[in-house]
Design a protein around this ligand. Structure first.
Ligand code: GRG
Length: 306
């Protein structure tokens, strides 16, 4: 897919497919090296099973792209990029558990608990979460310690009750409640989905030494694409197939879950997502040509089919 940045008057083509493919390869090579299987083998195998099961690697790619946009290199951001994927994978393993969403398939493969059992799946998530922070602290090189500390604090907040955990708690609490409105839905997804995407972008910028005003612009960019991402996810749950998504579809309707399409309808949901993507791209205006990967990723959010 060759996308042009639609907010530019002088549009420069940007081959996002090639960019994503190349970046995914780099991230997967780093992840491959990140966890060795040692005694007790079963837990390390379980952690690696989900970490290496594929996926778009969107969070690490956002982190690397933002580090470069802010004048840093992919190299200084790679340990944090890997850690972001570890935290994301942990959240998917726990989300799929019978006590939560009870899913059998993820990324086109049986879920962690289906292969290793619930007990090991819980521990694999715990192991990945703890290791993510160790990995940043031990592996990050050529970055002042103060920046690394700031990244660790921001990621801790995004993963905890002020982020993923809080979003998931409200999501569980809202199940089966037909009176859930857009405000609650926004709270859930700002925390469950947008918080980690935001932390991906902010951590890349912080590692590269970006100025506070730029970090705030990038943070708003990420919050917009985070919400757009979830709206599109809700739409795809209705319009896509399990083969295309690598996970079951139609679950929201089946569980009578309140979603963006159930409140707005499919067309209005798509319009809202598109508007958020435009607002996200507006936040990138001051960054020059180096913003192209982030702008194209924003466009990809609404164009994606899986
Ligand atoms: C214990 C810190 C801790 C957290 C657990 C379970 C949980 C709390 C939170 C759930 C978070 C969750 C599953 C959010 C959904 C995020 C989302 C949109 C996932 C799909 O992301 P993609 O499309 O997936 O990027 P791939 O497979 O491409 O990586």
């Amino acid at each position: 897919m060759v996308l042009t940045n639609s907010t530019d008057s002088q549009t420069i083509p940007f081959d996002l497919s090639a960019y994503l493919l190349e970046r995914k390869k780099q991230v997967e090579a780093a992840l491959e090296q990140a966890i060795a299987v040692v005694y007790p083998e079963r837990i390390y195998e379980s952690m690696r099973y989900s970490l290496m099961a594929g996926g778009k690697r969107l969070r690490p790619i956002l982190c690397l792209a933002t580090a470069e946009l802010a004048g840093g290199t992919a190299e200084i951001a790679m340990p944090t990029a890997c850690a972001l994927e570890m935290i994301h994978t942990m959240s998917l393993i726990h989300d799929d558990l019978p006590a939560m969403d009870n899913d059998d398939f993820r990324r086109g493969q049986p879920t962690n608990h289906k292969v290793y059992g619930e007990d090991i799946a819980i521990l694999a998530g715990d192991g990945l979460l703890a290791y993510a922070f160790e990995f940043i602290a031990v592996q990050t090189q050529q970055v002042p310690a103060e920046r690394v500390l700031r990244v660790i604090a921001h990621l801790g907040r995004a993963a905890g009750a002020a982020g993923l955990v809080g979003g998931q708690a409200v999501d569980l609490e809202s199940e089966g409640k037909s009176e859930v409105g857009v405000e609650t839905l926004n709270f859930i997804h700002r925390h469950k989905t947008a918080a980690l995407l935001e932390a991906s972008v902010v951590s890349g910028a912080v590692l590269a030494g970006a100025e506070q005003a730029d970090i705030e612009r990038l943070s708003r960019y990420a919050q917009h694409i985070g919400l757009a991402f979830q709206i599109v996810d809700d739409v795809l749950d209705i319009t896509s197939t399990p083969e295309a998504l690598g996970k079951s579809t139609g679950k929201d309707v089946q569980a009578q879950k309140v979603t963006y399409p159930s409140i707005w309808g499919i067309e209005e949901s798509k319009r809202q997502a598109h508007q958020l993507v435009e607002a996200a791209k507006q936040e990138l205006r001051s960054f020059g040509d180096s913003r192209r990967p982030l702008a194209a990723i924003a466009d990809y959010i609404t164009a994606r089919t899986h």
